[in-house]
Design a protein around this ligand. Structure first.
Ligand code: URA
Length: 422
C-alpha cells in the first residue's frame, strides 16, 4: 500500500506523514520488511525535518504497540518510575530506587546498558558480585511487592521497535534528535505501565541535548506524551556539564551510591536523588522529605534487600582495577570546567563502556575525580585517577582529558536543577 522510498522522500522534503504511514513504517521495520538502510534514511530525514505533534504521537504509539506492555495495577500499591536522558557519572537510579521504594511505592526501574559516552545502570550494578539483571515478569512482580524496588533489564518483548531503532541511531549519528529521543524514552516508559513518571532531562556538554532550549522542548514534549497516556509525568531539567559526583565508571559508582545511602555522599548526587524522589513520591500521593530515609538507614535496608533479591551479595567487596594513573592539575586557580563529555569518553575508553555492541565492560574501569568546579586547585595536585584493566588505554584516555579542565580566578557554581516542567 505504501513504499518506504515514497514515505522517506515525503519526510525528507518536509511533508508530514500520516499516523497510518508512520505506523506502517514502524511495524515494517520491526518485522524486517522495511530495511535498516531505509529506516536509517528516515531517521536522518526526521533529524533534519523534525516531527509535528501528531507525527510524534503516532511514532511513540507505534513503538509502544510494537510489543508487550506491563500492568502493575493489581499490586495494591502506587508505582513510580524515573528516566534520565543520559549523563556522565549519572548513578542516580541506584540510590533513588531503594529510597522511593522504602516509602511503600513500587519502583520498576527497567534500565539499559551504557551508550557511547554515557554509562549504563545495568553495567554499574553488574559490578556487584552475583547480581542478576535478567528477571522474569513474575520475579519483577514479586520484588515490587517486597522489597518494593527492582532495577533490571527491560524484557525483549517491551517496545522492541525502540531497541531496533536505538541500535540503528547509535551507528548513524541520529541519537541527538529531539523527536527520536522523546519517542524512544516515552514508548518504553509507557510500556512499563507506571502510574508516575519523573524524567531527568539533561542539558550541557555531557548530555545528548546540549542546548538548554532544545532540552526544555524535549522535556515539554515528553510531559505532553505522558499526560496523553494518563501517566502523572514531571520533567526536571538539570545541568550536565560536569559529571555527577566524584566517580564515573561501574563499580566505583556503586561505591559512591553506598555513601549516599549511608546518609553522606557528594552534595550534587544527594540533591538530585532527593529532588527526583520528592517528585516520584508526590506523584504517588506521599508528602515526605526523602532525605529522612537516607539519614535513618531505611533506604540502605531496602537497597540491601533489593541486591540480595537479585542474587547479589551486598557485603561483598567491589572489585578494584589492576592499573591506575593519576592526572595532575596543570594550573593553579579555581576549577571552572570539568567537561562531562570528555570525562565520559575517557572512562568509556578505559573500558567502562563498549566499543562495539555486545562487548563486556570492565567492572573496575572508570575515573575518580579529586576536585569539582568551584574548588581551588594548585598546579601539580591530583585532579583525577584513571582505572583500567587494559594499561594501553591509559594514554589515549589521558589525551582525551587534555582540555577537559579549566581554571579561573573566581567562579560561581550554577544551580544543578534548572527548572521543573509538569
Ligand atoms: N535514552 C533513551 O532511552 N533513548 C534515547 O533516544 C536517548 C536516551
Amino acid at each position: 500500500m505504501y513504499t518506504a522510498v515514497e514515505l522517506i522522500t515525503a519526510k525528507r522534503n518536509g511533508h508530514p506523514l500520516s499516523t497510518d504511514q508512520i505506523t506502517w513504517l514502524v511495524n515494517g521495520y520491526t518485522s524486517g520488511a522495511v530495511l535498516d538502510e531505509q529506516f536509517a534514511a528516515l531517521a536522518m530525514a526526521i533529524y533534519y525535518q523534525g516531527l509535528t505533534d501528531t507525527e510524534l504521537l503516532a511514532l511513540t504509539t507505534a513503538m509502544l504497540n510494537s510489543g508487550a506492555t506491563l500492568n502493575f495495577s493489581d499490586l495494591g500499591k502506587p508505582t513510580a518510575d524515573k528516566h534520565s536522558t543520559g549523563g556522565v557519572g549519572d548513578k542516580i537510579t541506584l540510590p533513588l530506587t531503594p529510597l522511593v521504594a522504602s516509602y511503600g511505592v513500587a519502583v520498576p526501574q527497567l534500565s539499559g546498558r551504557g551508550l557511547g559516552h554515557t554509562g549504563g545502570t545495568l553495567d554499574k550494578l553488574e559490578a556487584i558480585p552475583g547480581f542478576q539483571v535478567d528477571l522474569s515478569e513474575a520475579q519483577i512482580r514479586s520484588q515490587l511487592l517486597q522489597p518494593g524496588g527492582v532495577i533490571c533489564a527491560a524484557t525483549a518483548q517491551l517496545a522492541p521497535a525502540d531497541k531496533k531503532i536505538y541500535s540503528l541511531r547509535d551507528v548513524t549519528a541520529t541519537v541527538d534528535s529531539m523527536p527520536l529521543i522523546a519517542s524512544s524514552i516515552m514508548s518504553k516508559k509507557l510500556a512499563e505501565g507506571t502510574d508516575t513518571l519523573v524524567l531527568d532531562v539533561k542539558t550541557g556538554s555531557g548530555a545528548f541535548m546540549q542546548d538548554e532550549e532544545q532540552a526544555r522542548q524535549l522535556a515539554e514534549k515528553m510531559v505532553w506524551l505522558g499526560k496523553r497516556s494518563s501517566v502523572h509525568t514531571t520533567a526536571v531539567l538539570t545541568r550536565m556539564d560536569t559529571p555527577l559526583g566524584y566517580t564515573v565508571g561501574n563499580g566505583i559508582e556503586v561505591e559512591e551510591t553506598l555513601e549516599v545511602l549511608a546518609g553522606a555522599g557528594p552534595a550534587d548526587v544527594v540533591e538530585l536523588t532527593v529532588t527526583l524522589a520528592k517528585h516520584m513520591l508526590a506523584g504517588a500521593g506521599i508528602d515526605a522529605d526523602p532525605a529522612e530515609h537516607l539519614n535513618n538507614g531505611k533506604a540502605m535496608d531496602t537497597w540491601r534487600a533489593m541486591i540480595a533479591a537479585q542474587h547479589g551479595d551486598p557485603d561483598a567487596p567491589l572489585p578494584t582495577a589492576t592499573h591506575q594513573h593519576t592526572v595532575m592539575a596543570r594550573e593553579t586557580g579555581v576549577l571552572s570546567v570539568m567537561d562531562a563529555r570528555a570525562i565520559g569518553e575517557a572512562a568509556w575508553r578505559l573500558g567502562a563502556g563498549r566499543q562495539v555492541q555486545g562487548q563486556t565492560v570492565q567492572p573496575t574501569a572508570g575515573i575518580r575525580l579529586h576536585a569539582k568546579p568551584g574548588d581551588a586547585v594548585t598546579a601539580g595536585q591530583p585532579l583525577m585517577t584513571l582505572y583500567t584493566e587494559t594499561p594501553e588505554a591509559l594514554e589515549p584516555a589521558e589525551q582525551l582529558l587534555g582540555d577537559a579542565t579549566e581554571t579561573v580566578n573566581t567562579y560561581l557554581s550554577p544551580p544543578l536543577v534548572i527548572d521543573v516542567i509538569s
